[in-house]
Ligand binder design. Structure first.
Ligand code: GRF
Length: 207
C-alpha cells in the first residue's frame, strides 16, 4: 500500500518556478506529496497563479498588515493548520521566520537556497558567488532554524561557474538544479528516509 502523502504547505514571495516543479512532480506522481496550500506574503507573486492553475488554494498574507513578526507568523500558522499542513517548504519566501513559527512545525520546515551553503547565505547569493570568484556554486535544501540559511543541510547540487557566466546565466543554471533537488528531497521526506543527527542529516536506504 502506498504510504500517505506528505501534507505540504508552500510559502512563496515570487515567480514560483520551484513551486511549479513541486506541483508538476506531484501531479505526475513522481513525488508522494499533497500540496495543501500556497501562501504568499506578496499579492503580486506569480506563484499564486501557478497554485490556482493547479487547483491548490492560494492565500495572500501580507506581512505589512501586521504590527510585528509574531502576529504575521501566527496568521501563517493558522492558515497552514486550516489546510492540515504537516510540513512547510519555503520556495523563494523572502521573510526570515522566528522561533514562534518554527515551534509550530518543529523540524518540519525546509528551505531552498541558490548557493552551496554555508557560502553565500542571504540575498543575491548568485551575485555573491560570482563576485567572490568561486569555480563551482549550486543550491542547498536545508532544515530551517532561527538563522538566515544556517540550518542543517539535507541536500546540495553543484554547477560549474564558467568564465562566460553572468548573474543571469548562473541563476538559470542553478534554478534548473533547484527544481530537481527540491523534489527529490521532498520525496525522501515523504518516504521517511531523512534523519537528523545533530547538524548532520542522513539519508536512510530504501525500505
Ligand atoms: C530561488 O532561487 C530560491 O532558491 C530563492 O528564491 C528563488 C525563487 O525562485 N530562495 P522561484 O520563485 O521558485 O522561481
Amino acid at each position: 500500500m502506498k504510504p500517505s502523502p506528505l501534507q505540504l504547505g508552500v510559502l512563496v514571495s515570487g515567480s514560483g518556478t520551484n513551486l511549479q516543479s513541486i506541483l508538476d512532480a506531484a501531479l505526475e506522481g513522481r513525488i508522494n506529496v499533497d500540496v495543501r496550500v500556497v501562501i504568499s506574503n506578496r499579492k503580486d507573486a506569480g506563484a499564486l497563479e501557478r497554485a490556482r492553475r493547479a487547483g491548490v488554494p492560494a492565500v495572500v498574507i501580507s506581512h505589512k498588515q501586521y504590527d510585528n513578526r509574531e502576529s504575521f507568523e501566527e496568521a501563517l500558522i493558522q492558515a497552514l493548520r486550516q489546510h492540515d499542513v504537516e510540513w512547510v517548504a519555503l520556495a523563494g519566501f523572502m521573510r526570515v521566520l522566528t522561533s514562534h513559527f518554527l515551534h509550530a512545525f518543529p523540524q518540519r520546515v525546509v528551505n531552498i537556497h541558490p548557493a552551496l551553503l554555508p557560502s553565500f547565505p542571504g540575498v543575491h547569493a548568485q551575485r555573491q558567488a560570482l563576485e567572490y570568484g568561486v569555480k563551482f556554486s549550486g543550491c542547498t535544501v536545508h532544515f530551517v532554524d532561527e538563522g538566515t540559511d544556517t540550518g542543517p543541510i539535507i541536500g546540495q547540487a553543484v554547477v560549474p561557474v564558467l568564465d562566460s557566466d553572468d548573474e543571469e546565466s548562473l541563476t538559470a543554471k542553478i534554478l534548473e538544479q533547484e527544481h530537481r533537488l527540491f523534489s527529490s528531497v521532498l520525496q525522501l521526506l515523504a518516504e521517511g528516509r531523512i534523519v537528523r543527527d545533530g547538524r548532520r542529516v542522513k539519508i536512510l536506504g530504501p525500505h
